[in-house]
Ligand binder design. Structure first.
Ligand SMILES: NC(=O)c1ccc[n+]([C@@H]2O[C@H](COP(=O)([O-])OP(=O)(O)OC[C@H]3O[C@@H](n4cnc5c(N)ncnc54)[C@H](O)[C@@H]3O)[C@@H](O)[C@H]2O)c1
Length: 376
């Protein structure tokens, strides 16, 4: 597989090192081009990571690319993704893949009519980075929930308590609806509540609040939500960039056990704890370390993803698989900005929150016309 990395900033290095490690997992892949609107950055990245080609034009290198990794700011993801799919190039897009539900639906439609894949099997496919679904702990918990070993899922907490100082927002694309898509709900907590949904399944209803408490941004800098799931389970979700002692904490209570994960940007098996209901210690036998367990991270997702591309199969994470997470983000904004609960499926093409997470606008910057429309 010949890979091109588009956008050679902070996260691109993680992609390059993970692709370099694919060989150890029986996948033949190499980064052949590094592309960035900033030519010097692309050149530096190519030198640092031993990439033979570098430049500023994606169109020039697509004919020599089997897989494109999109590591630009979110506002540039859609155009690159559509260009790749039309050229028969598989595309791995950083989170959040898009700025809105409308954009994700455009990608799903483009994928349905994508060109034959350049690597010669099937058609070009889309996937999004959701690396925390792929650590051994998450895979084990999913399996135990599926086979009923833990009983019904009941209660969860999902806290992304991170800290970003004012200087973090000096980067022009951060903290803006049109380039980042949203604040910590879209850009940071989305890692954790994506994992929550991957474990507890389909959500049905959310009530939320959002605030811009301490940073000079257009978006929120904190949001909180209460979510009900199709199973009847309930969860609270906090997304903050204002929390000096940083942590990413998830807690899952089922009929038979409490399973907790406490980490920051990635976890290994050591970051999980398992507490069975008193007197039911035998349940704990299900929760044990596994040989060859991978920590969460890009590599853990890229291994099965590249295997699927090579076989002409759908990758483990499709546009449909990430839509529930993006819809929950949109619903958190809608509930926060309109002060009413939002049901799954409610945000259709006629809804202001379909085209943009900003929708009718927050109380600190309402979009007048849209707010009136929502009120009607
Ligand atoms: N999965 C994760 O854990 C994780 C962590 C951090 C960032 N991210 C995501 O990765 C993406 C990039 O974030 P980052 O922190 O690396 O950003 P960054 O600002 O460090 O780097 C972005 C790079 O893209 C380039 N660029 C901008 N517009 C472009 C365009 N149209 N074409 C080509 N290049 C362009 C910039 O010059 C820059 O080099 C974002 O979507 C972000 O949310 C994911």
């Amino acid at each position: 597989m010949r890979t091109t990395i588009l956008g050679t900033g902070a996260i691109a290095a993680q992609h390059a090192s993970s692709i370099a490690a694919l060989g150890e997992h029986g996948v033949a892949a190499q980064v052949v081009h590094a592309v960035d609107i900033d030519a010097d950055r692309a050149a530096r990245f190519a030198t640092d990571h031993g990439v033979p080609g570098h430049g500023t034009s994606l169109a020039d290198v697509l004919p020599e690319t089997d897989v494109l990794h999109v590591c630009t700011p979110p506002g540039a993801h859609l155009a690159a993704t559509l260009e790749a799919l039309a050229a028969g190039v598989h595309v791995v897009v950083e989170k959040p893949a898009v700025l809105s539900l409308a954009e994700l639906d455009r990608i799903a439609a483009a994928e349905r009519s994508a060109a034959p894949a350049r690597n010669g099997v099937g058609t070009a496919r889309f996937t999004q980075v959701v690396q925390h679904r792929f650590g051994a702990g998450a895979l084990r918990l999913r399996r135990l929930l599926d086979d009923g070993a833990l009983g019904r899922p009941l209660v969860a907490t999902c806290d992304t308590l991170w800290f970003r100082p004012p200087a973090y927002f000096d980067v022009p694309w951060r903290g803006r609806w049109d380039t980042e898509g949203g604040g910590p709900t879209m850009g940071h907590g989305i890692h954790q509540f994506d994992l929550l949904l991957a474990m507890f399944g389909e959500w049905t209803e959310v009530t939320a609040m959002a605030g811009r408490l301490a940073r000079e941004v257009d978006t929120e800098d904190v949001s909180m939500a209460i979510v009900r799931f199709a199973s009847g389970a309930m969860a609270s979700v906090t997304n903050s960039l204002l929390s000096p002692r940083e942590t990413s904490d998830l807690r899952f209570d089922t009929e038979k056990a409490t399973i907790e994960l406490s980490h920051l940007y990635g976890y290994s098996d050591d970051d999980w704890t398992f507490t069975p209901v008193a007197g039911q210690d035998d349940v704990a036998r299900h929760w044990g370390p596994e040989p060859d367990a991978l920590p969460s991270g890009h590599l853990a997702q890229f291994v099965p993803t590249y295997r699927a591309f090579a076989a002409g199969e759908a990758p483990p994470v499709t546009a449909a698989d990430v839509r529930g997470t993006l819809e929950l983000a949109a619903a958190i904004y809608r509930s926060a900005f309109t002060r009413v609960p939002v049901r799954a499926g409610q945000i259709g093409p006629d809804d202001p929150f379909y085209e943009s997470m900003r929708g009718s606008g927050p109380e600190w910057a309402p979009v007048k016309d849209v707010a009136e429309e929502v009120a009607r």
